[in-house]
Write a protein that binds this ligand. Structure first.
Ligand code: MSP
Length: 668
């Protein structure tokens, strides 16, 4: 198999301005493309804009512009967004590019000649919002199943692609190639869709109804359906052309990965793959559908609700690198993510300011203060260094496997774990004592290991945080090119050369903190939420009897939570995902259960929970729960409880809070 790596993002509709959805996929693609470049693979990274079809036509009309003029104007904004996010694409394709239009025309002609396309009259329900026909049975409450918008019944003569005949072949391909659609839940979704039977696909629009598209080569009264045109961009991006392909185009095809959002799975996993079958081309190695970012309040994001994720504002306040890091670290690629600015702030402070920033600062400042500011030598390792070395080697392997599997989240957790271990190592080795006691050789060994850990972290983080990683590298007297060489050597050695990347005697510099800590929400973001001050309601006047009654009631009920708390108060509670391993009745209390819960620590916690009225012990084994992990331990009827479970229900338990995430994962 060829060593090349070809990755694509969806091409974006230019009917509005870029937003988080666009930024998210593009950042993910950029990170993996850069990582693959670092490992030495030839990379091609394609992104761009989808410019034909009704949506864009309508957006142009609203602005009183021709569609092409509108697109030219919007593309500038898209490219600017990509520049702000430091996206290193190899080509920005536009579906109005001449080479792309020529590919679409030639493919259509070829498929028409091969009888893969036919003309027919069809009655169906057309959804303008989804730009496609639906059959009666597809509709949900008489509306478009994808967008929930109204549909109109249209009888029309059109051109159809014989997609239906490829249904079986596609199912067989998906069965035989488990990685071709990821995550696996999406693969099952596609198989389910195919099992219902696959029809043919309408791939034209009469110009009389919608004229903004690529003309059908065999009928000037029609233009090509926007998706048929758009999907072919992935082939144009390689240099493919049915008649005049560019030399070497096929070194890029099949694509290594198409990154898409889950809402455009069918068009990619079914329309695109069957189009390729008809064209006689191999199918992409992976179509990876990621989840959606939704607003923290659970509502759909919209400017008018003021709950959008303002990527530019995040970049302005926290910097580009932290923004790129957050989106890939916060949720598993494939899952939906709930966004909140508080969550962003705390992820920034914990992972970047406290953990990574702190490790770097400790390594660099103590080396400068006590060891003359150069990379010290390392002498005989103790068990602590041997353990660090083993962790570093396994981190490299986990990081590499996770990046290749597009598991950005896992890759970054591995780096966080390494950094965490580094900080613990400093705490345990107490370099300040070594310095005080004049144990210079040991101090040198410890500091060398801390600096090496920083070098390894900067190397692995380079594709994600190109500027901050370069800054850290420079503080260590190294460059991004050094880091690239080191990574290749590390991968070749299976990670065994980790912690041996610095050059003894090289000057290091402390400089400014890499990630200054934020004690409060940066002003421009806080301003988004500043509510106008309301007048305090007048205190009600109560009689003595009423006051007494109120006091009694207050005594009986648990204290009601205050109406508002500061984020800092909430942040004191450490919530973690747990998995129930064992459950049994409390020996001495009928309402209590005693559970063993794995919260991702060395050994499971024992938690006593008052949920016996609602759950039998057997109901709970294997169940995911949310645990208050930093609650002081308490004895409950003689059994120690090392935490608490979150449950729903005021006076009686209705259910336990469950989330779909591995034990130990933080819940916020
Ligand atoms: N033009 C088509 C794609 C054609 S590819 C041959 C299209 N464009 S789009 O601009 O509407 O959407 C592009 C991508 O943005 C989709 O993958 C979609 O999933 C993603 N997102 C839009 N909003 C999103 C979020 N709120 N969160 C994450 N991604 C989401 O579809």
């Amino acid at each position: 198999m060829s060593d090349t790596f070809y990755i694509t993002t969806p091409i974006y509709y230019v009917n509005g301005t870029p937003h988080i959805g666009h930024a998210y996929t593009t950042i993910a693609a950029d990170v993996v493309a850069e990582y693959m470049r670092m490992t030495g693979r030839p990379v091609r990274f394609l992104t761009g804009t989808d410019e034909h079809g009704q949506k864009v036509l309508e957006a142009a009309a609203k602005r009183g512009m021709t569609p092409k003029a509108h697109c030219d104007d919007m593309v500038v904004r898209w490219k600017a967004m990509m520049e702000r996010l430091q996206i290193r694409y190899d080509r920005f394709i536009r579906t109005t590019d001449a080479d792309h239009e020529s590919v679409v025309t030639a493919v259509l002609q070829k498929l028409w000649d091969a009888d893969e396309i036919y003309k027919a009259t069809y009655t169906g329900w057309y959804s303008t919002s989804a730009e496609r026909f639906w059959t009666e049975k597809d509709l949900v409450d008489g509306k478009c199943p994808d967008t929930g918008q109204p549909v109109t019944e249209i009888t029309e003569t059109n051109y159809f692609f014989r997609m239906g005949k490829y249904g079986e072949q596609l199912m067989a391909h998906i069965e035989a190639n488990p990685d071709c659609i990821q995550p696996s839940s999406r693969r099952n979704e596609v198989l389910g869709f195919l099992r219902k039977g696959l029809g043919d696909l309408c791939i034209s629009r009469p110009k009389s109804r919608m004229s903004w598209g690529i003309e059908m080569p065999f009928d000037p009264d029609y233009v090509t359906y926007v998706w048929f045109d758009a999907l072919l961009n992935y082939m144009t991006g390689t240099g493919y052309h049915p008649e005049s392909p560019a030399e070497g185009w096929d070194s890029w095809w099949p694509a290594s990965a198409h990154l898409i959002g889950k809402d455009i799975l069918t068009t990619h996993a079914v329309y695109w793959t069957t189009m390729l079958m008809a064209m006689g081309q191999p199918l992409p190695q992976t179509i990876y559908a990621h989840g959606w970012w939704i607003a923290g309040d659970g509502q759909k994001m919209s400017k008018s609700l003021g709950n959008t994720i303002e990527v530019d504002l995040l970049v302005e306040c926290f910097g580009l690198d932290a923004t790129r890091y957050f989106f890939l670290r916060e949720i598993a690629f494939g899952a939906d993510g709930t966004f909140s600015y508080e969550g962003f702030l705390s992820r920034y402070n914990v992972d970047l300011a406290n953990d990574l920033g702190n490790l770097a600062h400790r390594g660099l400042s103590m080396t400068t203060k006590w060891l003359g500011g150069t990379v010290p030598p390392s002498s005989a390792p103790t068990d602590a260094e041997v353990a660090l070395q083993a962790l570093a080697a396994s981190t490299v392997q986990t990081f590499d496997a996770s990046m290749k599997g597009l598991q950005f989240h896992k890759a970054l957790v591995a780096v966080s774990d390494l950094v965490g271990a580094g900080n613990k190592y400093v705490d345990a080795q107490e370099p300040w004592s070594l310095n005080r006691e004049g144990k210079t050789e040991r101090l040198q060994t410890v500091k060398r290991h801390v600096l090496e850990l920083c070098y390894l972290a900067a190397t692995l983080l380079l594709p994600v945080m190109p500027n901050k990683a370069a800054e850290l590298l420079s503080k260590l007297g190294r460059t991004p090119d050094d880091a690239r060489d080191s990574l290749r050597a590390l991968l070749a050695s299976g990670g065994s050369s980790a912690l041996d990347g610095l050059v003894e005697g090289t000057a290091v510099t402390v400089g400014d903190p890499l990630f200054p800590r934020f004690r409060e929400m940066p002003e421009p973001i806080a301003a988004l939420f500043a509510a106008p001050e309301e007048e305090a309601p007048a205190e009600p006047q109560l009689s003595k009897r009423q006051l007494k009654k109120l006091k009694r009631q207050k005594k009986k009920a648990p204290p009601a939570p205050p109406e508002r708390i500061e984020y800092a108060d909430f942040a004191k509670v450490a919530l973690k995902v747990g998995r129930v391993l064992e459950a049994e009745a409390h020996p001495d209390a009928s309402k209590l259960l005693v559970l063993k819960v794995d919260v991702g620590e060395e050994s499971p916690r024992q938690i006593v929970a008052g949920i016996r009225a609602r759950f039998e012990p057997g109901d709970l084994i294997g169940r995911s729960v949310v645990v208050v992990a930093n609650l002081a331990p308490a004895m409950l009827r003689g059994v120690e409880s090392q935490g608490m479970l979150l449950a729903a229900g005021g006076t009686e338990v209705l259910d336990l809070v469950s989330v779909d995430a591995p034990p130990g994962e933080v819940v916020r």
